[in-house]
Design a protein around this ligand. Sequence first.
Ligand SMILES: C[S@@+](CC[C@H](N)C(=O)[O-])C[C@H]1O[C@@H](n2cnc3c(N)ncnc32)[C@H](O)[C@@H]1O
Length: 284
Amino acid sequence: MSSEPSEPGSNTSATSGYTQGHSAAVVASHASRTVNNSAAFLLPHLKPDFTLLDLGCGPGTITRGFCSYIPRGRVIGIDAAESVIEQAQAFSSASTKTEYPNLSFQVGDITAALPFADGSIDVVYTSQTILHIPAPVAVMKEAHRVLKPGGMLAMRETDSMVWHPTNSGMDAYWAALGKAVPPGAQGMGTGRRLHVWAKEAGFSAAKMQVGTGGMCYAAPDLSRWWADVHVQRLRGDVGKKWVEDLKLVRDQNEIDEMVAGLKAWGDNEEAWYAALQGELICWK
Ligand SMILES: C[S@@+](CC[C@H](N)C(=O)[O-])C[C@H]1O[C@@H](n2cnc3c(N)ncnc32)[C@H](O)[C@@H]1O
């Protein structure tokens, strides 16, 4: 079974709001991301003295991982949510801070002007951020402005998900999750459009590396962990929001059916889930 991409939104508004929130269950899945599983396509291009911006950095596990590749440079994580920036700073233990004095995190809205001078940055990176933004081209234009000539915009964004075996609760959950993005944001189907938006933003097709990556969670342990992460989301703020604010589901019964479906899938000895990621590097 697979989730279907939604039709492209109007992508005209420059406002956004992350609809998942930053509860422990949401941050748990973000914190499982590392440079190895989420930025391997970019690592060979990094140089020790680069300045790198991670837009929509979340809890900053990927951001921090860049530091060992950029020991003499600067790594800056930016996120709109104060609470998640506090977590990113807290995750940076005293020893990490000593090891990586050039790592910093700041609160900021990446749909507004970035607080950096023209041509001052070597790498702008995003992971699972563009899919939540109603105006991706505006963000990419701003990345283009702050990049040095020869600098890179590197993005890894989900396109679609597939899983086995299937059941109605599991199908309903992933269909609803794909729609849980701010109005106008692309959500599912973002990975396949990154190169299109980058061209609109001023990057040249001749200077792009267009590729894909993936993420797989299979039985027994990873499928149970992955199911549990999403069950906890549904039982917490996310489920409440889907019923009360976003009206993505009719009532609590639908949430309960999704929880049962996720658990049954997670415990199934054949369980397998994969997400296809668009991976794009654009050189300025
Ligand atoms: C799915 S999380 C990805 C976090 C991290 N990049 C990762 O891959 O684990 C998306 C993040 O983008 C942030 N975000 C969404 N809209 C934003 C905006 N306009 N400005 C800054 N951050 C934003 C959210 O707060 C959230 O932490």
